[in-house]
Each structure stands twice: as structure tokens, then as C-alpha cells.
Design a protein around this ligand. Sequence first.
Ligand code: ATP
Length: 750
Amino acid sequence: MAKIKKRHTREEQKKLSELASQELEALRARIDELEDDQVKQFTKFEELPLTKGTLKGLKESSYVTMTDIQRDTIHLALKGHDLLGAAKTGSGKTLAFLIPVIEKLIHENWNEFDGVGALIISPTRELAMQIYEVLLKIGKYSSFSAGLVIGGKDYSFEKDRIGKMNILIGTPGRLLQHMDQSATLNLDNLQMLVLDEADRILDLGFKKTLDDIVCNLPPERQTLLFSATQTKSVQDLARLSLVSPKYVNTSSDATTTPESLEQSYVVIRLQDKLDILWSFIKSHLDSKILVFVSSSKQVHFIYETFRKLQPGISLMKLHGRQKQKARLETTVKFTESRNCCLFATDIVARGLDFPAIDWVVQLDCPEDVATYIHRVGRSARAGRAGKSMLMLTPSEEDAFVKRMDARKIQPKKLNIRNSKKKSIRDQIQSLCFKSPELKYLGQKAFISYCKSVYIQKDKEVFNLKELPLDEFAKSLGLPGTPKLKLPVGDAELEKQKQRKNTSRQLKLLAKATDDGELEAKKVRTKYDKMFERTNQGVLSEHYLKLNADMESDRDEEDEFMSIKRQDHDLGAEPDLDAPTSKRAIKKALSKKLSSKDRGTGTKMKFDDEGVAHPIYELEDEDDFHKLGPAEQQKAQFVAQEKKSMELADVEDKDVAKRKRQEKKIRRKELERLAEESESESESEADLDADLDADLEESDSDDERPAKKPRWFENKPHARPEPEQPRVIEYEQPETMEDLEALTERLIRGD
Ligand SMILES: Nc1ncnc2c1ncn2[C@@H]1O[C@H](COP(=O)(O)OP(=O)(O)OP(=O)(O)O)[C@@H](O)[C@H]1O
């Protein structure tokens, strides 16, 4: 969070405020007089009735000429209308709402004691940061404070300052968290609510959060909605309490993609995608390329594989499951790089303004045309040139091309030249063969891709049955096709889809502690600690990389799919429960473990193959019902358990009886031995002591003989000292057989 502008002295402030109020009066009059037709002739910001400070901030940021959406919306927003603005990607929507936000607060004479005057909601942190940066630039000459409230940052830091902010920019989850928990946050005076990428914020993933935010805002505010693909859903507008909104759509009369964008598509088999992508990258090494895939697992796998194959261009990855810090670092790195290739999921498809992207490649078909538009819109921004290539499988082509055509999007169909095609299948197979971690990533990528196809609503485009999955698995270097466990029925499908859409932030928010410091206060499990170490051999490093994935996906994928173990033996998977450092091993062996370290432990049972299982394993509900009614299963279980307990009881009794008999025999033999032994030489005493100890040990569970055997106590002088003590050589008996053999030898006296 930062102040937009330095403070003035009281004198200066008085003077300024007099001038400002005169200036504002004049501006208000100009705004009231503005006619739509008149504005249509405007080309420059300075023609609009904007305050001097804003014009200066714009000019210094090199914003002089307005884009269409800016020209068509800013004056309406200045007049106080609610607004729905739709414009192509990269057409300057950010300024179209930031200028009215600043101007509105200036006109309202907003000051630091008035609290939050404007709230800007963005679907992603990266986009929120981008908006914040633009605000700092153009708002340089206004005296408002602006704050960024996004997940992944220090919550307490935000909480302490949020009450002093005039403009807040944030992601839905974090904003709601502050609304619930930060006592200083007061939105009662809110003048303006802005939703950037409104369609995304209004969709299912954010629905509940947005509704919760909006119902806590004063209804008499002004609301601006901006998006590349505008919703006019009456329901959505009602949710936001828009009042007679003005619709502005600068992309309605032409295609919804930038004119300067050269669009193409190729039809290739699913199993050839990686070969084609590789060939494409190799022939565009001097370009800045953004590659979209459907899931973070695919990003992970392709990034790791291609990195090992060294294409000769810098590779990067960006997806929602990365830590915020890594995401920001990659965003900055990609922004600054000239020749590089970024593999990403749709998290970056919306809003992010990467400069000078030459190519947007869509390795996987987008879920709908709106997503296509957002993806390709990362290139050819603000009138610059750019190219895009969409890869479609034969089963996707017809329906998706039809969908695009309906939106006046007609990419050119291209064929890949055979001479340009390079196959990396053998290399990938060999990499996966050598590296279990890569194979594991491949399996995850396979499953995630299939899942992403399966959950799509548009079945005409996305049909899992049409896809050559065995071939696809081979192309990922997998020795077999991972088994897919797909959700049954629409309800489950919808659940999966919703889960996919639901912001990870919201999940985190639900688990947040009272002060919201979820990340800072997260309990580090032994796995966390283990994964944080890097010096434990190759597999632990692999697991370090996979940790985030495993943690986040566990519940999601356990329900959905399973991997055929026999086909995909991960071989040397580490024993996650074993101590992993010298210190840990020492600690584990130490009998002086402190009680806090002891824990309760987990009881395991072993099956016939010696594989450990938890005592209680949850069975799948469907599998359970297949076995018959619960009552019947219960009765069967009780009968079965009773029978096995009876058997066990008989066995136990037999063992106990045998033990008693053996003990009796041994004792008798020893007594006899003692009696026969004439001399009580030291060696005999030692022998007896040893035998005694041995008896004590072996009979520890049973009746113990008296510590000092009776034959020593009762007959200390019973036998005369032999003239020549007999020396009997013996080995320490270890087993019952040894003991018996020794006893026999002693009896025989040899
Ligand atoms: N009036 C202008 N003059 C020059 N450049 C501009 C102007 N307005 C915006 N830009 C630049 O155009 C680029 C795209 O702007 P912006 O990110 O606001 O587009 P957008 O419509 O919000 O895109 P998206 O739909 O992808 O979020 C940015 O780099 C911005 O600096």
C-alpha cells in the first residue's frame, strides 16, 4: 500500500482547495453539458472535462489519445451512470474505469478521513496489481491513498492499513475476508464499485463471495462493469443492484479480437501435440511465446520435459497452483524478457498485460470462445501486431470452428510443413523411463487433461471417447495408460466443475485462522519439512517439486481417478514416514522423546502381501452399497468377526498350554542338573545365573521362577567340595533348542 501523493502544508492546502473548487465547478458544468455525439468527435484525453492532475498523470504516462472504449465510457461514468463496458482485450479498459474513479473522488472532495470511496474488484492478484500500478501512475497528482488487498500477502499488514485507504483494489476472497474481520474497514461511504473482468467475477467460482461483498455495500453507489465479453444477464445486474445501466460495447460491430492479431489454427492428433509444440518453439526461437494448456499439471510436465530437452529458448511456467511469490517472479521475468516461452493456464488469460507477445499458442482447445478471445488477447495489445495459433484435435475442429464463426472469428487454417515437424517422442519416453518423477508428472498431466475434457459442458467439442488416450499416454512417455475414474452423473460433474472454478483463495479463506494469517501460521507437517529439504536424494527433490500439487489435488483427484499400480510402478517411491535426516533418525531412536514429540501414532495393519494399511480405511460409498443393505452387511460382519475370534481364542489357548509345558520341562531339567552337579564351582554358578537370566527372559510373560532358584538357597552346603572342579565348556544358549541340547550335555556330563 502506498500514498499516491505527498502531503501539502495547511496554507497550500487552503489555496489549492479554493482553486480546486473553482476548477471543479467549471468541470461539473462541462460534464453536464456533454452530449454523446459531441464526445464521439473527441480523440484526446485533454478534450474530456478531467481535472488537471489527472490529465497531467495521463500525459506523463504517455496516455494522450483515447481508445474507443475510453472515449465511449469515461464521459458516461463522469455523469454518474452505472455502466456495462465491453471491449476487445487490450483495448484500454483499465483507464476507462480508473479515470472515473479518481475523478469521482475528487468531485466528492474525498479526504483521508472519509474512508474507502472506491472499490475495484479483480479476479486475479496479478491483474489487481496491474491495475494498482496504473492507478499509481495516473493518480500521481491526486491526494488519495490506494491499497492493494490480494491473497498471498501479509494479512495483518493489510489489516492495519486498510482503514486509511480511499481506493481499494483487491481480489474477491481477500476483500471479503477483510470485510468480515478488519474492524477498521468501513465501506458505508462507498461511492463507486468497479468489477474488472466482470464476467469472470460474476461466474460460479466467485458467485457466493461476490454476493456476500455486494450485500454489505451501500446500494446508492455507482457501479461500473468492464469485460471483454459482456454479460447482460438480468440476474447478474439485479445481483449488483445496477440502476438504469448504460451499455457500451465497442466490439459488437466487428470481431471481438484485435484487428492487428493474425489468427490461425491447425488440426493435429492429440498424440502429436507435444511434437508440434516442440517443432513450433524450435522454429520460433527469437520470439516471445505464450502457450496455453488446460491444467497446471500439464504446464508442469511440459515445462519439466522441454527444459530437459533444452530447446534453446528460456522457458517459464505460470499457473494458479504456484505460490504467489513464484507467480509474481515469473510475471515480472516474462514481462521483461524478449525471447522466451511461457507455459500457462488460463490464470494469465484474462487481463494481464504482457508487452510484446509475438505468439499465443493454444495447445489445448479453450473451453469456449470467450476464453479463446481472452487468451489470444494477450497478444496484439493496444494496436500492436501479434499472432495466435490454436491446436484442435480432429474431433474438436468442426464444432469449435462453428462456435468461433458465430462470433465472427475466422482464424486461418494452416498445415504444418512436414520438414518442420520433429518428433521428441523417443526422447520423452527415455526421459520418463530414467526418471520416475517425470513419469509421475506425465501421469498427472494425462489425468488432468482427460479430466479437463470430461468436465466441459460443450460435448459437441469435447468428447473424451473420441480421443486416442492410449496413444496420448504413449506420447507423454508413459509405459501404460493411467486408469481414469470418472464422476458419474450430472450432479457430480457439476460439482467437479464448480470445484475447478472455485477460487483457491476462497478455500484458503475458509480455513483461515481468526486473524486470517493462514499461510504464516500454517502448521508444517513432517511432509512439509521433508519437502523443504533438498539434500535427500533425487526422489525427495522430486517430491519437493510435487508437494504443492499433491497437497492441493489430493481430495480432488482421489475421488475422480486412480492410477493402475501394476502399469505404473513408481518403484523407488520414498518411504514418507521414515526419518529423513541423521538428526531425525537419532531422535526417532532416542528413548527420551519429549511427550510433545511423541504424538499418538497411527496404528497400521498388514495384509497378506505385507502391505501396511490404516486400521480403518474408508470404502467408496458406491462400492459399499453394491455389497447389499447395511444391516445385512453388519450382521455378516459380526458373524465373521465372531468366528475368527473363536478360532483365535483356541489358538491362543494352545500356545499358552504349550508354553507352560515347555517351562515345566526346563525347570525340572535344571533342578535335576543342579542336584547332579556335585560341585558349586564358580563356573557352575555362572552357568546357573545365565540360565536363570535366560529363563527370566523367556518366561517373562508367564509365571516367573523365584529370582534365586530354590536349589541354591536350600542346599548351600549340601554337597562337598569336589577335589577337582569339573570344567564344562558351553556356548551361551540362544534358543529353546540350544538350551535343551545344553541341558542334555550337562546331564550326560560330556
Ligand atoms: N489511451 C491509451 N493510449 C496508449 N496506450 C494505452 C491507452 N490505453 C491503454 N493503453 C495500453 O494498452 C494496453 C492494454 O490496456 P488494458 O490492459 O487496459 O486493456 P484491457 O482492455 O483491460 O485488456 P484485457 O481485456 O485484456 O484486460 C496497456 O499496455 C495500456 O498501457
